[in-house]
Design a protein around this ligand. Sequence first.
Ligand code: ACO
Length: 436
Amino acid sequence: MKLADNKATLSFSNGSPSVEMPVYQGSVGPDVVDIRKLYAQTGMFTYDPGFLSTAACQSAITYIDGDKGELLYRGYPIEQLATNCDFMETCHLLLYGNLPNAAGKAEFTKRVSNHTMVNEQMQFFLRGFRRDAHPMAIMTGLVGALSAFYHDSTDINNPEHRDISAIRLIAKMPTLVAMAYKYSVGQPFMYPKNHLSYAGNFMHMMFATPCAEYVVNPVIERALDRIFVLHADHEQNASTSTVRLCGSSGTNPFAAIAAGVACLWGPAHGGANEACLNMLEDIQKMGGISKVGQFMEQVKDKNSGVKLMGFGHRVYKNYDPRAKLMQETCKEVLAALGLENDPLFKLAMALEKIALEDEYFVSRKLYPNVDFYSGIVQRAIGIPVGLFTAVFALARTVGWIAQLNEMIGDPEYKIGRPRQLFTGSVRRDVLPIAKR
Ligand code: ACO
């Protein structure tokens, strides 16, 4: 961290002495005021629920400029990565900081491919779930259970363990997601085929059966790969911060990533693509496009509690650059599969058009986020709605593990321990039960 020339001074209106705090500069983005000694110097905490103004760590992985609508992985714009690189190159970049050359990519891909199978015992563990269990409930369990199968890579203080568990997690997530799906539809699990690409192999494990030859459709393969690239990392979002906080206690990487999966499940985060599709299906049931206006009135009515899922973002207050790329893919996939006239997709396009022109959304800078389109693409591909967030988790695993490993390698890292503003009862005495 580089010290800025200026310092911050905090003064108090009650005459308490003011305190000076150092200011640090990053390579780009807002400076930060270092408040670490504030409590020792003043006996006060800062108050920032939702982390609206708090940098919880230093990181060199992903940078977002929400006003410009810019997303960089290790300095590279997401638009360039999405059009020039595939997911394996993106994983290498996020984990090791550089884009591999052809030989480096082949070696990395081979390492990942070598770990695509899961312990055979895993299927018996999976069979303990109800067939209709939510895939994210299954994924939270399966990912956490990996720590019980790979005891040889759970020491986070050992860099080799950290590296091999990163590779294992990236390699096994598609297998686990596909197994969760196959289990829910009662089809046999399909073992990975390592000659296929990462996305192609996932499609094979999802959609192939032992009775027929399965041929990977290159348009869908490319679309899935793009979904993976666009979702690979996103700075200190809720699930990544969860992984960091969980991992800060020294727990093993599989347990920390399972915490990330659990956090991602929520509809305000990764669950938005599922929530968005459910919303579209609800409007469809109400009467479809003719009811869009009525639905929008509910969205704008604060008392209704209805939100336009797939719109808005905590950081992007201009547009989500991933959404633009996903919209492109969406059009490509719908055209390739001849689904342009599907009523649900038409409904989504009608909603998008109204929201982009409506004063409520324009004045609040609410634009479609990546999940608006990724849900539509996934549905077109044939991925069931309930599995959408698990696909997001699959893609985000590399970001989580890169961020976790960065934190553990940071000499300044400490166990995360937020403080609070206590508003409960002050000390009081317990009355004997007869007197309460
Ligand atoms: N529909 C209707 N109104 C909205 C929406 C929405 N989707 N999103 C925000 N608003 C309104 C808010 O009510 C608020 O209005 P007000 O100023 O009149 O009170 C204003 O826009 C500002 O929104 P905030 O709630 O302050 O924005 P915040 O940063 O807290 O929330 C969030 C961001 C959670 C993503 C929100 O936009 C939302 O719930 N969107 C729908 C869920 C979704 O799509 N999440 C995916 C996020 S992307 C991802 O995880 C990959």
